[in-house]
Design a binder for this molecule. Structure first.
Ligand SMILES: C[S@@+](CC[C@H](N)C(=O)[O-])C[C@H]1O[C@@H](n2cnc3c(N)ncnc32)[C@H](O)[C@@H]1O
Length: 311
């Protein structure tokens, strides 16, 4: 089974399109998706200090470009839809000083399309290698940069969301409490009073916090094996599958439509497919698109996606 590099591929629930987000989302063919996307989940190309392929923009031009994208993406959202954007920290070239470009870009994105910031998340990766290397491991004048910003935004103050879909397993201590029902109710040192009755109710899991601790340590996954065996470049800036899983479960239901306009290796599409959401992904780099097909290839070979075909 081959891939038509000019067009992309489709699976049972989604399609990967080759092109830039601005070209595809402004094309007449995309119009039918306006007002239909429940979640835009993405990690945009990084604001670069140097110019790269596919017109990655630099500095203030990047801030402006991302702001324009906000207006375009908003047109595609359902009335209770969300946009979740992940962005790492940026550093000034040649100096142990951070750039505020990532934060200014997020603010411009939110501001330009008049979006509410529903909640800000931190995605903490304890397994991240020490960096920026020059300042952290060579000169030892900074500590490890190990988190990314994740902004959840929406035109609606109350977009579709349900934290019961993303409960975490209870800790051992909590499981013991639930089993023994022995709990010291009353005032905490913080002056909060916690009633034993509500606290000892088993809610099938703990409510997660907005600091998501996720390690991206899988090296032998299906995607990387596929890229290696097909001589394709592994995407250098993949996001954690668990991050996509978290927001897709939290903010959508099975059957909803998820869009990733800067899809890279299509982590978002793979997560959506597994979680039974429909998806559309866009990526201009044909090699990344070809590699991302590997996230679905095994299922195709096993005929789990009987109707998987290229478009
Ligand atoms: C940070 S990466 C996304 C990685 C992705 N989340 C993953 O898990 O693989 C950003 C991607 O945006 C793509 N890109 C750059 N400019 C673009 C544009 N104008 N439209 C769509 N995608 C673009 C880059 O090629 C890159 O693959």
């Amino acid at each position: 089974m081959g891939l038509d590099p000019a067009q992309g591929y489709k699976t049972r629930r989604g399609k990967m399109l080759i092109g830039t987000a601005e070209d595809i989302l402004r094309s007449p063919a995309a119009k039918r998706y306006k007002g239909k996307i429940q979640l835009v989940f993405t990690s945009p190309p990084f604001p670069l200090n140097r110019k790269k392929k596919y017109g990655n923009h630099q500095g203030e031009r990047y801030v402006e470009w991302l702001g324009d994208m906000a207006l375009l993406l908003k047109e595609y959202l359902t009335e209770n839809g969300s946009i979740v954007m992940e962005m790492g920290n940026a550093w000034q070239p040649g100096a142990p000083v951070m750039s505020t470009l990532a934060l200014r870009s997020l603010l411009a994105f939110q501001d330009k399309a008049n979006l509410h910031l529903c909640q800000q998340f931190i995605c903490y990766n304890p397994a991240r290698l020490p960096g920026p290397a020059q300042w952290v491991t060579v000169e030892r004048v900074r500590v490890k940069d190990s988190f990314t910003h994740v902004w959840w935004m929406s035109p609606n103050e109350r977009p579709k969301a349900d934290n019961r879909r993303v409960l975490k397993a209870y800790s051992k201590a909590m499981l013991q409490l639930l089993a023994t029902k022995k709990y010291n109710a009353g005032k905490r040192p913080s002056e909060h009073s916690i009633g034993a009755k509500s606290f000892l109710k088993n809610n099938e899991g703990a409510i997660p916090s907005n600091v998501l601790t996720l390690s991206n340590t899988r090296t032998n996954d299906q995607y990387q094996l596929y890229c290696r065996t097909h001589g394709l470049q592994v995407h250098p800036a993949r996001m954690q599958m668990d991050l996509a899983d978290f927001f897709i479960k939290f903010l959508t239901e099975p059957g909803d439509l998820v869009l990733d306009p800067f899809a890279g290796s299509n982590t978002t599409g793979a997560s959506a497919e597994r979680l039974k959401r429909r998806w559309i992904s866009i990526e201009p780099n044909q090699e990344y698109v070809k590699g991302s097909y590997g996230r679905f290839a095994e299922e195709n070979e096993n005929k789990k996606y009987d109707d998987a075909k290229f478009i």
